[in-house]
Design a protein around this ligand. Structure first.
Ligand SMILES: NC(=O)c1ccc[n+]([C@@H]2O[C@H](COP(=O)([O-])OP(=O)(O)OC[C@H]3O[C@@H](n4cnc5c(N)ncnc54)[C@H](OP(=O)(O)O)[C@@H]3O)[C@@H](O)[C@H]2O)c1
Length: 301
């Protein structure tokens, strides 16, 4: 995660803000400034601060001191623990609430899966933890909430690169590329290229108070996994087969193939089932749509 003075997070946000050195000085938080990724940022002019969101809160307070803007996100997947993620979120919110120079807090989150599904899906912990932190800002830190923009992230297109075994088809003995997902072929997911995050954040910052207290649904294209597979098949001229599995079958695949625990496999499966049961929940009217944020009509891919 990253933060700063006229500042931010995440690789894409850093890359975008570094294009505007007259506007932003970027400070990034890492637990290890010596690692190669952090050193690459330092070489581009990013100020690095060592802080652990689950560690000593004084280092975090020092890292955020003097910031005009904070872009914050938490990481569920390293520990696979909602409790740890909520601790990370509350630590940054508590520290941000004390930053007297702060003008804008941008919080990277996910929606409340229980509310969205009318109580049907109770096990999507990596969404729920983030939504509880959003609720914490709104109910416990009203002054911070007054200058907070929440951004809801969708499925990243880049997941096919970071987790190919889960998102790309596998070739069977007959040469057919098969993809298994717990969706009917028509069920769409909202997607975005995560490298576009910086563009959105830059627009949100330029819009100043316009999106304070608002929630932006960040997605560019609603696509089914079956459509993506068909497109890949046609591009590479190879036969493909989309196989809709049952929820239990998919959960077991995540456990055997990806080494997930039963709970985490259920968490991952239920988040997908929300789109099967409730449709593209990101297109809902109560969220600002990212495509409407762009002032200069920049496109998200
Ligand atoms: N993949 C998707 O489709 C998707 C969709 C929506 C939302 N998300 C959410 O995105 C989040 C992960 O973001 P990402 O994909 O950008 O992850 P990532 O590339 O693995 O980056 C995680 C960052 O978190 C930092 N971090 C982790 N624990 C920390 C701690 N205790 N203190 C300080 N920094 C810490 C790490 O920094 P250092 O290692 O440098 O300290 C690292 O820079 C997850 O919460 C996930 O639920 C993912």
């Amino acid at each position: 995660m990253t933060v700063t003075k006229r500042n931010v997070v995440g690789g894409s946000v850093v890359t975008e803000l570094l294009k505007h050195p007259h506007l932003y000085h970027v400070r990034a938080i890492t637990r290890d400034p010596s690692k190669p990724k952090a050193q690459q940022l330092a070489a581009q002019g990013v100020e690095l601060c060592r802080a652990d969101l689950e560690g000593n809160r004084e280092t975090l307070t020092a890292a955020l001191a003097g910031a005009d803007v904070i872009y914050a996100l938490t990481d569920f997947w390293q520990k696979r623990s909602a409790a740890a993620e909520i601790e990370q979120g509350k630590a940054i919110v508590d520290a941000a609430a004390g930053v007297v120079t702060l003008q804008h807090f941008i919080w990277s989150a996910l929606p409340d899966p229980v509310a969205l599904s009318d109580g049907k899906y109770l096990n999507v912990h990596h969404w729920k933890g983030k939504s509880l932190v959003t609720e914490y800002i709104q109910t416990q830190k009203p002054d911070l909430w007054a200058k907070t923009t929440t951004i809801l992230f969708p499925n990243y297109f880049e997941n096919t690169l970071t987790d190919p075994q889960r998102y790309l088809p596998v070739k069977d003995a007959k040469g057919t590329y098969t993809l298994k997902f717990p969706h009917s072929p028509q069920t769409v997911l909202p997607n975005v290229a995560i490298r576009d995050t910086g563009k959105l954040v830059h627009h949100v910052l330029e819009a100043r108070s316009t999106y304070f207290t608002k929630t932006i649904a960040f997605w560019a294209q609603a696509l089914s996994e079956a459509e993506k597979l068909a497109e890949m098949g046609s591009y590479y001229n190879v036969p493909t087969r989309y196989q809709a599995s049952s929820a239990r079958e998919f959960q077991e695949l995540l456990m055997t193939r990806d080494g997930m625990s039963e709970d985490i496999a259920l968490d991952f499966t239920e988040q997908l089932l929300i789109f099967e049961s409730c449709g593209n929940v990101y297109a809902c009217e109560k969220f600002v749509q990212a495509k409407d944020v762009s002032q200069s009509h920049a496109r998200f891919y």
